[in-house]
Design a protein around this ligand. Structure first.
Ligand code: ZN
Length: 247
């Protein structure tokens, strides 16, 4: 994967956001791009987003929306709007797109360098929202992957940095920082296609392994265009509106 990577997550079929983020990444001299899952769901360009990820050679995990579209997990946990989008997405993907999604891994360990997961190490569909959620994940990291000190996760659509040292969890500010030796980390790059931290801007991060540096980025994109496509597709109106609010 190389020593300098861009970490993106939760694209959710938002082509306008993905294009701008990839263009931005193009100027960051990275060796590769990884995606923590949910290429599809919610927005109106699932096939184009799958294809753009393939063109760029993005290493992708399977998120819960990708899994649901492929019929791999139960639909019971999805809300009404998400469910409608999953059903809409199924009929707007080619056979090839579905095959691609179907083969994505739910978890990845890049040697001793880092772990990639959509939701949580305990269950890829579990949310890490609170300190007690991430405590269990640090314990799982220690138990199962003791040589790994860094994990990247998505699913909540919110930038986040948690660190762990001597059995204590710290909730850090999601801003640029240098990884300290002996500390363990769970880091969320935020969402490309449906940010939920009250900013409509697309979010991602760059991890430089040699410099041990995490740099967060926010990228302007044409929210109106993406939102209008959602409306035109007949997807729930709430999915268009939330893009403007970043929630
Ligand atoms: Zn998601």
């Amino acid at each position: 994967m190389g020593n300098r990577i861009a970490v993106i997550s939760d694209i959710h079929a938002n082509l306008e956001a993905l294009q701008e983020v990839l263009t931005h990444i193009g100027n960051q001299s990275v060796d590769g791009v990884v995606c923590l899952g949910d290429i599809v769901g919610y927005n109106a360009d699932p096939s184009a987003c799958v294809n753009l990820c393939r063109e760029w050679g993005v290493f992708c995990l399977m998120g819960n929306h990708d899994a649901a579209v492929c019929g791999k997990i139960s639909l019971a946990d999805f809300n009404d709007a998400a469910l409608k989008a999953i059903q809409w997405t199924r009929i707007h993907l080619s056979k090839e797109d579905l095959l691609f999604l179907n083969r994505l891994p739910r978890f990845h360990r890049e040697y001793d360098k880092y772990l990639l997961v959509h939701g949580s190490l305990i269950d890829p569909d579990r949310y890490i929202f609170f300190q007690e959620d991430v405590e269990k994940d640090f314990e799982e990291m220690l138990r199962t992957y003791p040589k790994n000190f860094i994990a990247f996760f998505g699913h909540t659509h919110q930038r986040k940095v948690y660190s762990y040292y001597r059995e204590t969890v710290f909730s850090g500010m999601p801003e640029d920082f240098r990884l300290e030796p002996l500390k363990r980390y769970f880091i969320n790059p935020g969402s490309v296609g449906q940010p939920r931290d009250h900013s409509p801007l697309a979010s991602y991060l760059v991890f430089d392994e040699d410099e041990r540096q995490i740099t967060f980025h926010r990228v302007v994109y044409d929210v109106r265009k993406a939102a209008e496509k959602v409306m035109k597709a007949g997807l729930p109106r709430s999915l268009a509106e939330r893009l403007y609010r970043g929630w």
